[in-house]
Design a protein around this ligand. Structure first.
Ligand code: ADP
Length: 260
């Protein structure tokens, strides 16, 4: 299902305290595509993602998932945040955390059980259902957070800097995990990051944002071969060319937030 962002603007506060976070942003994430949203701190990436999730109301413009307007969290949309320790309940086992995530869907017991076990297998944690999140490493907890998002069999997954807090090796594994579950669950993904390599490696398209005020600067098609591979893809001269193109846009004068 396409996720369409149509001329979204968002201003926080009012009067003298008003702050324009995003202005006139439009983009489409096509079905089963992965679109990365990249840009400097404060350019409105998280604001835009929260509006796409139906968690924040835009000041103007509209978001649609397929034919339906998004004006609250839609069925079949999951969000994965950077801070996995806050998306999981520490006093519940992993299995219970996943079961809770689908509570509102009122699935038959057997179906729910299958989905939970399938999601854990998909994220490489088939035998971890009885553990508590605090017994796991950060990388494992973020895998659980992804499994939690998958239990509802989402059509769209929105990810807000999900791997910013893990080490480089784990990050590479988790990036490949995202690409695998995208294919396995046929899910459409918008992925916010400030890491340019990550944005290019994962995406079908990179949306580059700029700050002051937050806006979309450009969209770049990433026509690198699939499946992506951490070594081969990054050795491809086209990868280097694309990352330089994104880097130049992100670093362009007048695109970062003024510090006053
Ligand atoms: P990014 O995710 O790219 O770092 P954000 O969407 O978090 O950007 O923020 C965009 C701008 O909006 C920033 O200037 C930030 O300070 C401001 N902002 C974000 N959230 C709020 C809020 N709740 N109230 C007021 N200003 C906010």
């Amino acid at each position: 299902m396409d996720l369409v962002v149509d001329d979204i603007s968002k201003t926080y506060g009012q009067g003298a305290a008003a702050r324009v976070a995003v202005t006139s942003a439009s983009l489409t994430v096509g079905a089963q595509q992965l679109v990365s949203i990249v840009g400097p701190s404060g350019c409105g990436k998280s604001t835009l993602l929260m509006i796409m999730a139906g968690l924040l109301k835009p000041s103007s413009g509209r978001v649609a998932l397929g034919e339906r307007r998004v004006d609250g969290p839609p069925v079949g949309l999951s969000v994965v945040f950077q801070d996995y320790s806050r998306s999981l309940f520490p006093w519940m086992t992993v299995r219970r955390n996943l079961t809770m995530a689908a509570a509102a869907y009122r699935l038959p017991k057997a179906e729910l059980k299958n989905r939970v076990e399938q999601a854990l297998t998909s994220v490489g944690l088939p035998a971890s259902g009885d553990l508590y999140p605090w017994q796991m490493s950060g990388g494992m907890q973020q895998r659980v957070a992804i499994a939690r998002a998958l239990v509802v069999e989402p059509t769209v997954m929105l990810m807000d800097e999900p791997f910013a807090a893990v080490d480089a090796q784990t990050r590479a594994d988790l990036e490949d995990l995202v690409l695998r579950v995208r294919d396995e669950y046929k899910v459409t993904i918008a992925f916010v990051t400030h890491d340019i390599d990550e944005a290019v490696y994962l995406a079908d398209r990179v949306v580059v944002m700029a700050a002051g005020p937050g806006r979309i600067l450009e969209e770049i098609a990433i026509d690198l071969p699939k499946p992506r591979d951490q070594v081969e893809t990054k050795l491809d001269p086209n990868f280097a060319a694309l990352r330089s193109e994104v880097f130049r846009l992100v670093m362009r004068p007048g695109t970062t937030q003024k510090i006053s």
